[in-house]
Design a protein around this ligand. Structure first.
Ligand code: AMP
Ligand code: MG
Length: 421
């Protein structure tokens, strides 16, 4: 695995004092590697897990050509003759093949999902037909093409082909698909273990009485939530006092138990405390100033085999740096395929001041207007410690590195929270 210095040497113009958000993503992608261990879990337990191998379809889904509608199955070649009057010679029910021969001028009543009788390739939906006095059904002219309303064997999944690829994060649809293949056990990567703690002598744990100059710890709760949504196994190491012995014990404990360590606080430039010194002593760590807002200071590296993410202390900066950098890195460690973030474009209802040369993340709410357009407005106070505006937001407006001021009505990119926050 590469050291900080080795990765730094691979990156053009790497400057730890002035990294762009893009540089950070690239650096972290080189720093982390997926966990090796895999396990086998039942389909219910596979939700949110990362598939460890390609899943090859042992069967075809559907297993036979079948009807997509309730109606009458017929040979489509006859349709060139115009309107048809067909004798009904039998009924094909779902789950049971209809045996027998069907000649020209005949059809079979068929239910949705029933196997197509031999030689028939087209289904006329019931509602388009008329039953004549003699029991025959009339199919109007010009309504159907041969092959209509027939589902093909294997049109969903074909036997022997990969149905899902390694690296897929299994959602409800994937779990259903796995079950549709008759597969009961799923090979997944083991869950990522992530330890986290908050630092700072002014940080109170819940249960402690308020005291002047102190604030309650919120970062452990946001980080816990973000990690849980990601499907990580979390190890909560509490609030750690700013004493070398306490910090050393917390870092060693975290490194021994977890694949990744997330801390908050103590990494800004002016910090007088021992957090940075301890990171330096125990690990291979870089201290960055990132051209972004909120955020800016961040420490990154390895302590033992564990990857360290030393996040800033401000509560919103923690969430933003997590979403922008830590989350994609953890997904890589989980073995998931990571794609470029998908942004939604929305019209800004307001002007936003923005300096080119840094990436800014504004808390925003996207709404759909009556004419179907997407509009976004910021959620008030954008201070990096203000969590209430984060609570109101349903996404982060991403003002990119080179972007300048935003005029009202201009389209901006929004990273929607969806299930992440
Ligand atoms: P720092 O990065 O340590 O300079 O902290 C920046 C700001 O974030 C300070 O106002 C801290 O009080 C605040 N802060 C740091 N850690 C936490 C935490 N765990 N919960 C809430 N606020 C915090
Ligand atoms: Mg501090």
């Amino acid at each position: 695995m590469s050291t900080i210095a080795e990765i730094a040497a691979q990156l053009q113009g790497y400057d730890p004092q002035a990294l762009s958000a893009e540089d950070v993503g690239e650096f972290l992608a080189r720093l982390v590697a997926p966990v090796d261990e895999t396990e086998s879990v039942g389909v219910f337990d596979a939700l949110g897990r990362v598939l460890a191998e390609d899943l090859v379809s042992p069967i075809s889904v559907p297993p036979h050509d079948n009807s997509a509608m309730d109606g009458f199955a017929l040979a489509g070649a006859q349709l060139v003759r115009g309107a048809l009057q067909l004798e009904v010679v039998g009924t094909a029910l779902a789950g049971k093949a209809w045996q027998g021969e069907v000649r020209s001028g005949q059809c079979v009543k068929i239910m949705t999902g029933a196997i197509m009788p031999a030689g028939l390739d087209t289904v006329v939906p019931q509602e388009f037909t008329k039953t004549l006095a003699d029991g025959r059904v009339e199919v109007p002219a010009g309504l159907l093409q041969p092959g209509d309303n027939r589902r093909h064997k294997g049109e969903d999944l074909m036997e022997g082909r990969p149905a899902l690829h390694a690296g897929e994060r299994l959602g409800p649809a994937a779990c259903g698909l796995i079950a549709s293949l008759g597969i009961a056990q799923v090979p997944v990567r083991r869950r990522l273990r992530v330890a986290y703690f908050s630092t700072g002598d002014e940080i109170l744990s819940l249960g402690e009485p308020p005291r002047e100059g102190a604030v309650y710890d919120s970062n452990r709760y946001t980080v816990h939530g973000l990690l849980t949504r990601l499907g990580c196994e979390v190890i909560d190491l509490g609030v750690v006092r700013d004493e070398p012995a306490k910090l050393e014990q917390a870092f060693r404990d975290a490194a021994a138990r977890a694949d990744a360590i997330i801390t908050s606080g103590g990494v800004s430039v002016g910090e007088a405390d021992f957090t940075k010194a301890m990171m330096k002593k125990l690990g291979d760590v870089a201290f960055w100033r990132i051209a972004m807002r909120p955020g800016r200071p961040m420490a990154v590296g390895k302590i033992g085999e564990s990857v360290l993410f030393g996040l800033p202390g401000n509560p919103v900066a923690v969430m933003v740096t997590f979403l922008a950098f830590v989350r994609p890195a953890l997904l890589r460690m989980m073995g998931a395929r990571v794609t470029a973030p998908v942004y939604l474009k929305a019209k800004s209802v307001e002007a936003m001041r923005k300096k080119p040369g840094r990436t800014e993340y504004q808390r925003g709410t996207v709404v759909r207007t009556e004419d179907g357009a997407l509009e976004v407005r910021t959620t008030g106070n954008q201070g990096s410690g203000v969590l209430s505006s984060m609570v109101q937001a349903n996404g982060l407006i991403v003002l990119h590195h080179d972007q300048g001021n935003v005029a009202p009505g201009e389209l901006v990119d929004v990273m929607m929270f969806d299930g992440a926050v």
